[in-house]
Design a protein around this ligand. Structure first.
Ligand SMILES: [Zn+2]
Ligand SMILES: [Zn+2]
Length: 357
């Protein structure tokens, strides 16, 4: 069987659409006909830096589609199931899994098996054990999360990374509960999903911060009660909130935004860093900030539990409670991935989705 897939050969270069061979399945493999895959900033980071991966690699990691075939040991899904692909399969018995943090699983990182898409007999690497910019992917059964078949792939594919990351940063990592005040720095796909998560969790006030007025308009539509465009939003937040917020979520990926988010929190408050910095970045702040009972922490894919969270978020979307339609600003065919990746450098795009079927 053949599948076209988008391959990055060399950093700082455009990607190529190539026809690959899908090899026979191993017992735990699931073959998925991909229908849609969101274009995430991390794909762009890999394209421009080549960091954290081995090239050549199939890009894309926000995929959803239909199960086409399964290996002999697969019990989680069957042919015809609609699935969202998870980047964090979990083994269930490593120290992280038994402590309730399957997204930090060390037993299946990197994901075993799968990936049997070859070029001239050579197996290609897949970004985040997925490689979703492709007509087909082969993943471990722990990565194929069954969802309601009524859900449109071109919207719910975003749950696989950006939506889960933002929603989870607010709900799972920060633990927003009713009545809390929340500030979200950066209103791209992740930040807007954090706004949605904070609203679903019952936040009393949600302040969206971005330099692009168009993104703030969307933020208000999906749940922000206030929006701020100022260059230095900290004093505005302090004035508006009587000193600061309970939770600040940083979804920009710069140290400047991280420090501002920290300054915007009240004593006892929590700052969650979600944005991806560059390797050379360093944070410089006085530890006295933390002495005031503040917490600074990171969040990996929103501290996700995919088998629970993915179907749940799909249900919320189908019920009209998770407005994913507001996140999709464009769709492209597989041969339009270069255009979609270039668009990430413009401040007008929220999420582009690659349609592969
Ligand atoms: Zn991503
Ligand atoms: Zn594990």
């Amino acid at each position: 069987m053949k599948a076209r897939a988008v391959v990055l050969e060399k950093e700082k270069h455009p990607v190529n659409l190539e026809e690959l061979t899908v090899e026979a399945l191993e017992p735990d493999d699931v073959l998925i006909r991909v229908h849609a895959c969101g274009v995430c900033r991390s794909d762009r980071n890999v394209q421009m830096t080549g960091e954290m991966v081995t090239l050549p690699i199939i890009l894309g990691h926000e995929a959803a589609g239909v199960v086409e075939d399964v290996g002999g040991s697969v019990t989680q899904v069957e042919q015809g199931d609609h699935v969202i692909v998870s980047q964090t399969p979990s083994c269930g018995h490593c120290p992280a899994c038994v402590r309730g943090k399957p997204y930090l699983c060390v037993g299946m990182n990197p994901s075993p098996g799968g990936g049997r898409l070859t070029r001239n007999g050579e197996e290609l690497n897949r970004y985040m054990s997925i490689g979703g910019f492709a007509e087909r992917v082969v993943v471990h059964q722990g990565q194929a999360i069954k969802i309601d078949a009524r859900a449109p792939f071109d919207k719910v594919c975003l749950i696989g990374c950006g939506v889960m990351t933002g929603y989870g940063a607010a709900v799972r990592t920060a633990g927003v509960v009713p009545g809390m005040t929340v500030a979200v720095f950066g209103c791209g796909g992740v930040g807007l999903s954090a706004v949605m998560g904070a609203r679903l969790a019952g936040a009393a006030k949600i302040i969206a911060v971005d330099t692009a007025p168009a993104k703030l308009e969307i933020a208000e539509r999906v749940g922000a009660t206030h929006s701020i465009t100022a260059e230095d939003p900290v004093s505005d937040i302090q004035k508006l909130m009587g000193g600061g917020v309970d939770v600040a979520i940083e979804a920009v990926g710069t140290t400047d935004a991280m420090l501002k988010a920290m300054k915007a929190t009240l004593p006892g408050g929590t700052t969650v860093v979600v944005g991806v910095p560059s390797f050379a970045d360093r944070l410089n702040f006085s530890p006295f900030h933390l002495l005031m009972d503040r917490t600074l922490r990171g969040s990996l894919v929103g501290s996700e539990h995919p088998p629970h969270d993915f179907p749940y978020l799909v249900d919320l979307y189908l019920q009209g409670r998770l407005p994913l339609d507001d996140l999709v600003t464009g769709t492209f065919p597989l041969d339009g991935v270069n255009t979609a990746l270039d668009l990430l450098d413009k401040n007008t795009t929220i999420r582009s989705v690659i349609l592969t079927a």
